[in-house]
Design a binder for this molecule. Sequence first.
Ligand code: ADP
Ligand code: MG
Length: 221
Amino acid sequence: MSGFSGVALRKTFHRGSESVHALDGVDLRVSAGEVVALVGPSGSGKSTLLALLCGWESADSGTLAYAGALADRPPSTLGWPELALVPQALGLVPDLSLADNVLLPARLRGGTAAARDRTEQLLTDFGLSHLADRYPHQASLGEQQRVAVARALLLRPAVLLADEPTAHQDRGHADALLDALATQAREGSAVLIATHDEIAWSRADRVLSMRDGRLTEGAPA
Ligand SMILES: Nc1ncnc2c1ncn2[C@@H]1O[C@H](COP(=O)(O)OP(=O)(O)O)[C@@H](O)[C@H]1O
Ligand SMILES: [Mg+2]
């Protein structure tokens, strides 16, 4: 089975004399084919967990494992086809058009005609076709966020991590994003979404609740 798992993940940040236990012994498993929603109040550790899972941060202790084709590879060696992220701060490239931002993961691998077709399809699905040639600063935050989700979906990654991907959307656009993420899971990706959006959790296959750096199965009480 592919997907990924973490066992006893801990991460503490030090701010002066204060220690923040952002992750205080987190266990999780996300399987290929499922959408898992990660919910919890601001500051509970959701983004820290995604940062560990994508290799941006390293855990102080604990084990992280990717299954299937990704097994035995440290997260920092995984590229867009294997592991795609929608960062909370989006991370679009300011000097590229919105279409070129979506196409970027394919460009980094030499580019393909199929990726251009998929870019067009994703831009259409997300109501962005008419903005394809604009630059990020000429688009709203919501539009930029949809570009970041399209970029993550482009190469149908084995693992897709999305940090509050509907935060800047109205209901219609949020549903289009959630539809696309669910479709990608049905095609075999393991999808983990940190979210405050109640509709996003009601649609997820499973919900994990984060509180003070600890994770429990199920929606928050
Ligand atoms: N780089 C950092 N340095 C210091 N503290 C951090 C850092 N990143 C996160 N934190 C702290 O860790 C806790 C969890 O943060 P975060 O994972 O961003 O929560 P969430 O995404 O659930 O809002 C918060 O108290 C936050 O202030
Ligand atoms: Mg966060």
